[in-house]
Design a protein around this ligand. Structure first.
Ligand SMILES: *[C@@H]1O[C@H](CO)[C@@H](O)[C@H](O)[C@H]1NC(C)=O
Ligand SMILES: *[C@@H]1O[C@H](CO)[C@@H](O)[C@H](O)[C@H]1NC(C)=O
Ligand SMILES: *[C@@H]1O[C@H](CO)[C@@H](O)[C@H](O)[C@H]1NC(C)=O
Length: 426
């Protein structure tokens, strides 16, 4: 045992992992580590497969990075390593990392160079608080400095995820960096005030290309929660399934051209709550065309669907389940004409002492594993650098406490979340 442990410790050290990492667990999986993530991932009917044809299912959490600072949250309180370790420690295998198109727009405006932490924090939080938070981030994450760029922070998260075998799913959450989402925030639909189609395809292509250097990156979404652009008549004219299909194909082509390895996740209408015409194969109205994987020529085995659900006041699990099936999860059933993976990339609720015991939380904890659907809970963050104008903003739905040091609802994590992860990945 002794030589093995020493060898494992050396391997961990060379991989940049601390001695606090679970040596026993790591050593038992060392033989498989070289191949991880064993991609590129592909779809096969309703399953996602790795390069060996084994099923891959995601069980993870959202990690927001699309707020005003355009930095992944929490780094003034914790190191990247400790945040990834916290999720990995309960058995999660994925993060949904969000970013704003504005980040890429600014890189283009700046002659191809990204903005530094100093600049983005000063702009997002003001000179005084920006400087304070910068010092806190550097103190918790000593490999960073004032001149580290935003993308270098994303790179560091992706690298840590690779070290800990956690899949990275990149999510374009919004165009203009801010808290999401409303129908009047100018980011609702293609052609909305801040949602320029050209900037969007450029931005998702840029991230798909940039992510080629991240072994952990296995999938990307097109856009978070498409919704009615209320009050913007020009954009509203295409808010329908026909318009959706045009933009979704355009975006998928862009990502696939930039990085052919990635799975591409498509979101539905009305805040990504339903995809029924897609999964039922009915007309994409007002047109008469229908969704077909053949329309994604040359990469039909890369297309995945994602839904969100926040029916937190549900009182009956059977009616919640039946609405989830009709909203799109029926495509995971053996009798569905369209066989395609469907994930729930957002669900969440208040992390207090009791809410998790309700129908919504317990129903999803049984339904999603029962159909072996992947999922990401909203949200890991116990607080945000800034949200809706409030700095150091408390997130009562966060899995972690305000300073990200502990679980906000330890009972939920122990009694429901960990069993849900185990059942999903079993
Ligand atoms: C994937 O999982 C399903 C359900 O457990 C199983 O029927 C199928 O054979 C698995 N596929 C592979 C390649 O393991
Ligand atoms: C600076 O941050 C503190 C919280 O850390 C907050 O109370 C204060 O409002 C912030 N200042 C500005 C100008 O937003
Ligand atoms: C698109 O990006 C350019 C920078 O290349 C920026 O000036 C412009 O404001 C962006 N458009 C929108 C609608 O955000």
């Amino acid at each position: 045992m002794a030589p093995l442990i020493k060898w494992a410790a050396l391997m961990l050290a060379s991989a940049g992992l601390s001695a606090a990492s679970p040596v026993q667990d790591m050593s038992s999986s060392l033989s498989k580590r070289a191949a991880w993530p064993n991609g590129p991932l592909v779809t096969s009917g309703r399953w996602i497969h790795d390069a060996s044809g084994s099923n891959v299912t995601y069980a993870g959490a959202n990690w927001p990075g699309a707020g005003e600072t355009m930095l992944p949250e929490g780094l003034q309180y914790q190191s990247i390593e400790s945040i990834v370790s916290r999720l990995k420690g309960i058995g999660m295998n994925a993060i949904r990392l969000t970013y704003a198109i504005q980040m890429i727009d600014e890189i283009y405006e700046n002659g191809g160079n990204d903005i530094t932490l100093q600049a983005t924090l000063t702009k997002g939080l003001g000179a005084t608080n920006g400087t304070t938070v910068l010092q806190q981030i550097i103190s918790k994450n000593p490999s960073f400095s004032a001149s580290t760029t935003r993308l270098q922070v994303f790179d560091a998260i992706a690298a840590e995820c690779a070290r800990q075998n956690v899949y990275v799913h990149l999510d374009n959450h919004i165009s203009k960096a801010q808290w999401c989402c409303s129908t009047t925030d100018g980011n609702a639909w293609w052609g909305d005030v801040y949602f320029d189609v050209g900037n969007w395809t450029r931005g998702i292509s840029y991230m798909a290309d940039h992510g080629k250097a991240w072994p952990a990156l296995v999938s990307m979404s097109l856009r978070n929660e498409p919704r009615e652009p209320v009050g913007n008549s020009a954009a509203e004219a295409t808010y329908n399934w026909q318009g959706w299909y045009q933009y979704v194909r355009q975006g998928s082509d862009a990502i696939h051209a930039a990085n052919p390895n990635l799975l591409i996740f498509l979101s539905g209408l009305s805040y990504d709550t339903y995809l029924t015409p897609v999964t039922k194969g009915t007309a994409l109205t007002p047109g008469t065309g229908v969704f077909s994987l053949n329309d994604f020529a040359g990469y039909s085995n890369k297309i995945v669907l994602e839904l969100h659900n926040y029916q937190t006041t549900a009182t009956s699990c059977s009616s919640l389940t039946s609405s989830l099936n009709s909203n799109g999860f029926s495509a995971m059933a053996a009798d569905s004409a369209l066989q395609i993976p469907v994930l729930m990339t957002e669900f969440g609720f208040k992390q207090d002492a009791t809410t998790y015991q309700g129908v919504y939380s317990t129903c999803l904890a049984s339904f999603l594993p029962s159909i072996k659907a992947g999922w990401m809970i909203w949200v890991v963050s116990g607080s945000y650098y800034i949200r809706n104008g409030g700095q150091d903003f408390e997130e009562t739905w966060g899995l972690t406490t305000h300073d990200w040091t502990d679980w906000r609802s330890p009972a939920y994590v122990q009694d429901v979340l960990i069993p849900m992860i185990k059942a999903t990945l079993a």
